[in-house]
Design a protein around this ligand. Structure first.
Ligand code: HMG
Ligand code: MG
Length: 298
């Protein structure tokens, strides 16, 4: 019933840090990413090339990508909203470009300052140029279950955006429960609908744990054949343009759950917990991850 292995994409240095008000020094971000590179992960989203006024924390995106110790077997990815962002990302020689938009109009406008239909041509150009530059391209759809501005999102709205992104040439779509409102029955309804049109391998799930439902939603997704999940070390994260959004499912907690279920992740839990503790030092606070609390000795 469950898959033999799961692919975890670490988004902590991007989704995690973007929500932190206190600026983390570039050298500390680099140290964090270098530690993550040593945990067995093969995918790390390291930063984003958005407008620095919108997300000041990640204004040092080029420097971060240039200073990390890259391993050949790890994909170092970054968010890119438009062509200006793509030029910066290519200058920094990012491995994979992630474009992003929302299934709901309200969040799309708040987050990237455009309507959904006006976002498609912007992302089309980014995807075409990124592929031409030899990069792989991932897509995110936010607010796939609920939106802080518009309320409940329908699976049909998600498919409308997914169809456009796949047609552009996006290779995998990460479906985000941005504000962590979903429960397993919502995930069942969404995936039952989408998998009538697409293959499970075309999707990753991206759960925020605002209401403590992220791991339950992971298990629900596994039973639909989903084998890629995004998570953030320490359980940090959130979108500053989604009121009430909070941390991603913690990578340590996800690794524990999956490995205990007999599902391979390739990640060293002990090293990930130590990285969670390192993240706590950087941010000077206790983080939501349960397995980091275990490592703290609680
Ligand atoms: P805008 O103000 O509409 O941009 O922002 P614009 O195209 O009108 O340009 C205005 C000025 O910004 C121009 O400069 C551009 O050059 C400059 P001027 O000519 O006035 O001097 N500019 C840029 N500068 C640097 N880098 C750029 C860039 N773009 C324009 N890339 C924009 C539109 C999309 C840029 C802005 O709204 C933005 O940056 N939004 C990003 C917000 C964000 O990062 N949100 C969090 C990430 S999404 C998320 O967390 C969800 C996710 O985790 C999944 C989930 O959980 O659901 C992925
Ligand atoms: Mg997110």
């Amino acid at each position: 019933m469950y898959p033999a292995s799961v692919h975890i994409k670490e988004v902590g240095p991007r989704d995690g840090l973007q929500n932190e008000a206190q600026f983390i020094r570039t050298a500390d971000k680099v140290a964090l990413i270098d530690r993550l590179s040593d945990t067995g992960l093969d995918y790390i989203e390291v930063t984003s090339f958005v407008h620095p006024t919108w997300i000041p924390q990640l204004a040092d995106a080029v420097e971060v990508l240039q200073q990390i110790k890259r391993r050949h077997n790890i994909t170092y990815a970054a968010l890119v909203p438009n062509m200006k962002g793509l030029y910066r990302a290519l200058e920094a020689d990012v491995d994979e470009v992630s474009v992003f938009m929302s299934a709901s109009e309200g969040h799309n406008r708040a987050n990237i300052n455009k309507s959904i239909d006006n976002t498609f041509p912007v992302l089309q150009e980014v995807v075409t140029e990124a592929l031409a530059a030899g990069k792989t391209v991932r897509g995110y759809i936010s607010t796939v279950i609920g939106c802080p501005y518009d309320g409940k999102t329908s699976p049909e709205q998600v498919r409308y955006v997914a169809e456009h992104l796949f047609e552009m040439g996006v290779q995998q779509l990460s479906l985000g429960d941005t504000i962590g409102v979903g429960v397993p029955t919502d995930v069942d309804a969404l995936l039952t609908y989408l998998l009538e049109y697409y293959e499970a391998e075309q999707f990753a799930m991206h759960f925020h744990d605002t209401r403590g439902t992220a791991l339950a939603n992971v298990v629900a997704s596994l039973s639909h054949g989903i084998t890629t999940f995004d998570s953030a070390v320490g359980g940090i994260g959130g979108c500053p343009y989604a009121r009430g959004a909070s941390g991603n499912v913690a990578t340590e907690d996800l690794v524990y759950l999956l490995e205990q279920m007999g599902i391979e992740t390739g990640i060293d839990l002990g090293k990930m917990q130590q990285t969670g503790l390192f993240m706590e030092q950087l941010l000077q606070k206790e983080l939501p991850s349960k397995l980091t609390a275990v490592a703290r000795g609680e």
